[in-house]
Design a protein around this ligand. Structure first.
Ligand code: SAH
Length: 473
């Protein structure tokens, strides 16, 4: 280890920045975030430093650096574009043992400034020892994605109970176990999602127990996995996938996404294709309740968004009824994903002012309001519409849409095997059969489909018959 990582208390301590440019401004900003008393010495200041000076956030010595500037400094950063001056500052500081950093010159530094992830009071500092600041920043970005923006709140939660937990568990190992359970369990999730009162209550309950075991009721995460491309997961989805004890998933969840779940997590497949309801919804609900009651963190992973034709509402309702804590994480729904990856804007000022999502078939065999769907300047997106494609197109024509209204089918949207078939209400059903379109496919109807020709950007696979896919139309 070439450098010892430490965190220095510089609150109200005099810190000197030599230089008045943008780089100096960034360093001054960092020092200000740690509540230092910052002085900048430079003949001229850049715009943001002028603002800081005028706001009284920094003091300014408007002249070139003099050795006497160092007097009383707790820490010095040299950020000028004058190498000789930077070297002089460094040499002087080292002589009087003042910690000094020279931007982009590790050999002149007695300390280096890490890349940081700020979840105050939790701070993660990353350094490459000066070898590659870009590498340090890349590592930092990875950490950023793993720590939710509100992560610092966990420290507040812990702080509030610290003394009581200490009294309750005098044994160090027990205490540690208690905190591990709290900070990785449902109480933490509640805190991170803004349910602070519930979080505190959960810790209270845990404190009352005889042994510091995990909280007896787990939690269910109803998570939208998006349409297929793992890159479209949210940060929260990814984080919950990595901490879940068990993953309950269905057919629409892409294997590449499932792979991102914690390796040790148990996986339970609950199926669901249109004609193959492997498990009735009631049974899925019961599985979720049972697992949560065993104290598990249950990830209910659903294709697209849980609240758009995903029965997320029914599952959440079953959990609410049994008093099981849950949270719902939105996902990119098939309409957004397929539309973007096929270059078909769902609304457009020239072509469509509204957009409706409908299912291709209804639970009770009921019928859609075809007149309401057959409106000008409206995009209609049909989920689960492949099976009844022909009748859907006919009904829309019957309700007043022109047979030439453009329509698209997007199969396996956002994945490497995406296929886009373009036609109109009259031609699409025949073409879909001809090109053997398979589920999952999304039907998009409306003038916006015309834009595909110019806006298609994503390279999908080939058509089933091997001809280049993209614009089959
Ligand atoms: N909750 C999901 C929808 C579930 S209904 C969501 O928000 O996306 C299942 C239907 O979604 C499928 O029949 C198909 O019409 C559509 N769908 C889901 N993923 C898709 C994909 N990758 N490509 C095309 N259609 C998809």
């Amino acid at each position: 280890m070439e450098f010892l990582p430490i965190f220095v208390d510089i609150r109200l301590r005099p810190c000197l920045v030599v230089g008045g440019g943008e780089v100096a401004a960034r360093k001054a900003e960092l020092l200000l975030r740690a509540n230092a008393a910052v002085t900048v010495v430079a003949p001229e200041l850049c715009g943001s430093l002028v603002q800081d000076r005028d706001a009284g956030r920094i003091s300014h010595r408007a002249r070139v650096f003099q050795p006497s500037d160092l007097e009383g400094s707790a820490l010095v950063i040299a950020a000028t574009d004058d190498e000789a001056l930077n070297g002089e500052v460094s040499g002087l500081c080292r002589k009087c043992a003042i910690p000094v950093n020279v931007v982009d010159a590790p050999e002149l530094c007695s300390f280096i400034v890490p890349s940081i992830v700020d979840r105050s009071p939790v701070i993660v500092a990353v350094s490459s020892g000066g070898a590659s600041p870009v590498l340090a920043r890349i590592v930092r970005t990875k950490v950023e994605t793993l720590l939710p923006a509100s992560y610092g709140k966990l420290a507040a939660l812990a702080e509030g109970f610290r003394e009581r937990v200490k009294r309750r568990f005098s044994d160090l190992a027990q205490r540690r176990r208690f905190w591990e359970d709290v900070l990785q369990g449902p109480a933490a999730e509640m805190m991170l999602t803004g349910r602070e009162q519930a979080a505190r209550l959960a810790v209270e309950v845990a404190l009352q127990r005889d042994t510091p075991s995990s909280l007896s009721v787990g939690e269910v995460y109803l998570v939208g996995a998006g349409p297929g491309d793992p890159d479209l997961l949210t940060f929260r989805a990814l984080r919950l996938m990595q901490q879940a004890d068990v993953v309950v998933y269905d057919r629409l969840v892409a294997p590449a996404i499932l792979e991102l779940a914690h390796r040790g997590a148990e996986r339970i497949y609950v199926g669901k294709a249109r004609c193959d309801h492997s498990l009735p919804q009631d049974e899925i609900n019961q599985i979720l309740v049972r697992l949560a009651r065993q104290g598990k963190r249950v990830l209910r992973l659903k294709g697209g968004d849980p609240f758009i034709f995903g029965r997320g509402g029914e599952e959440a309702d079953a959990l609410a009824e049994k008093g099981i804590p849950f949270q719902i994480v939105p996902g990119v729904t098939a309409a957004s994903g397929c539309a973007s990856y096929a270059g078909i804007p769902l609304t457009h000022r020239d072509y469509a002012h509204s957009c409706v999502f409908v299912p291709g078939h209804l639970k009770d065999g009921g019928d859609l309001d075809w007149r309401a769907l057959a409106q000008p300047r409206q995009t209609v997106v049909v989920y689960m519409g492949l099976h009844a494609l022909e009748s859907i197109c006919q009904r829309l024509i019957g309700a007043g849409l022109s047979a030439e209204t453009p329509a698209a089918l997007v199969q396996d949207g956002t994945t490497q095997s995406q296929r886009v078939l373009i036609g109109d209400l009259a031609s699409l059903p025949t073409r879909a059969a001809e090109f053997r379109m398979r589920p999952p496919s999304l039907l998009i109807i409306g003038e916006v489909v015309r834009l595909h020709e110019r806006l298609a950007w994503f390279e999908g696979a080939d058509t089933a018959d091997g001809t280049a896919l993209k614009a089959v139309g």
